[in-house]
Design a protein around this ligand. Structure first.
Ligand code: ARG
Length: 459
């Protein structure tokens, strides 16, 4: 047991207490951020005349050594230290003696850990944003290749109206596009440096917090030292945004599972992204999509957990806050893993265009357009709706689609129908006359794609 704070204690900590309290098994994940934060702190201390140039040079050199040794595996992060902060500081003191003991001047572990977690979250946020961008590029490619791939659009999981695969994919482009905007918004709000908040009340040393913030790439320092050490809003916002990403991925996964089913066969997931059964030789299961759907619960769990942890904590730092880490790390790793795997699965998936088209042809997806045809020929909409309802009943009885009815059969139900009805209710007409902004018609979709490309280029 190696502790930074043994001075006022007369007894060793109970072993179980020590284990319960320690965080090194998980906070070692941000050893790099911890060392980088210390380096910025030391530069600032020297600039303010609190450390000498020699002390700064020695500490920086040794911190760099520790970093590269940890990275190469030469120096193992030992769990005999309470946390990553103690590990780094103890190693520094081992190597530098008294000079190493000066590192923590004007700093508390409270503002140190607040900084480390913020730096780590900021890195994760940027990586998640990049993965979202790659997913959007994959979706856009599928859209461009499938402007005229007709498929049924669903409501209540019942065939509703024909759309295109490009149009369906564009809905997901919007969702993941908003997810990227959320990354951006969170970044703008969180990118302020808590270091210099001290334990809770700042410090009597003349720290230049603006300088430290600048060295670490922040917009500036946080403005209240009690909030600085105890704010975890940015993490809650990030977990919330990750939960939303997972919700989108999960909906998409659910659709792919349905589309990949024996009954639908709209898509075939690539062998590289499928798994088999130990007993049923014919099986090819969509496990990746199912796992993405399943892992969504873990990420939601992290969000609810942190919200609950934070809700009763009085100002300022309390040890409860150590609980922000394990679940957040898990949620961050999970969401990134899901984004990467999902993108790979989507990029390699085959779309069975004939099957999609065939499915749109059946199920009366053009019934609304048949009613609209009547309306355009002077029939009030409510009457037209009733007429087409009777046509659907007739077709169900005969087991045929509407366009397989002869003109005389149609005229027997409404004399308004003429030969041009067949063109009016063809799948192509149904799709391509829907040209309002955001609709599936090819010309409307082309405009959408232009805007989406501009959105992607605007980084
Ligand atoms: N491991 C602690 C955490 O994650 C570091 C801060 C400790 N501060 C303290 N006053 N005990 O929150």
């Amino acid at each position: 047991m190696a502790q930074l704070w043994g001075g006022r204690f007369t007894k060793e900590t109970d072993q179980l207490v020590y284990n319960f309290n320690a965080s090194i098994t998980f906070d070692q994940k941000f050893y790099r951020q911890d060392i980088e934060g210390s380096m910025a702190h030391v530069c600032m201390l020297e600039k303010q005349g609190i450390l000498t140039a020699q002390e700064k040079a020695d500490i920086l050199k040794t911190l760099k050594e520790i970093l590269s040794e940890v990275e190469s595996g030469k120096l193992e992060i030992s769990t005999k230290y309470e946390d990553i902060h103690s590990f780094v500081e103890a190693n520094l003191i081992d190597r530098l003696g008294d000079t190493g003991k000066k590192l923590h001047t004007g700093r508390s572990r409270n503002d140190q850990v607040a900084l480390d977690m913020r730096l780590y979250t900021r890195k994760e946020l940027l990586e998640t944003d990049e993965l979202l961008k790659e997913l959007l590029e994959t979706i856009l490619k599928i859209m461009e290749e499938n402007l005229d791939t007709i498929m049924p659009g669903f409501t209540h999981l019942q065939k509703a109206q024909p759309i295109t695969l490009a149009h369906h994919m564009a809905a997901y482009f919007e969702m993941f596009g908003r997810d990227r905007q959320r990354m951006h918004d969170i970044y703008e709000r969180m990118n302020y440096c808590p270091l210099g908040s001290g334990a809770l009340a700042g410090t009597t040393y003349p720290l230049d917090r603006e300088y430290t913030a600048e060295l670490l790439g922040f917009y500036g320092p946080t403005l209240n030292s009690m909030d600085g050490v105890s704010d975890r809003d940015y993490l809650i916002e990030f977990l919330s945004a990750l939960s939303t990403i997972m919700m989108h991925l999960s909906r998409f996964s659910e659709e792919i599972i349905i589309w990949n089913s024996n009954e639908y066969q709209f898509v075939e997931i690539d062998d590289a992204y499928s798994t088999g059964s130990s007993i049923m030789p014919q099986k090819k299961n969509p496990d990746i999509a199912e796992l993405v759907r399943g892992k969504t619960g873990r990420v939601y769990g992290a969000l609810v957990s942190l919200l609950t942890t934070m809700k009763g904590i009085p100002l300022a730092y309390n040890k409860d806050m150590q609980e922000d880490k394990e679940l957040s790390f898990d949620a961050m790793d999970t969401a990134k893993g899901c984004l990467a795997l999902f993108r790979g699965m989507l990029a390699t998936m085959k779309f069975n265009k004939d099957r999609m088209r065939e499915s749109a042809n059946h199920g009366f997806t053009n019934a609304t357009d048949a009613a609209d045809y009547l309306v355009k020929h002077g029939v009030p909409f409510r009457d037209a709706h009733g007429i087409v309802g009777r046509i659907v009943l007739y077709c169900l009885d005969k087991k045929i689609p509407i366009d397989a009815m002869s003109l005389s059969e149609l005229k027997a139900i409404s004399p308004v129908f003429e030969e041009d009805i067949y063109d009016a209710i063809s799948m192509e007409t149904c799709v391509n006359t829907r040209l309002t902004i955001g609709a599936p018609g090819v010309d409307a979709m082309k405009q959408t794609i232009e805007k989406e490309k501009a959105f992607l280029a605007d980084d």
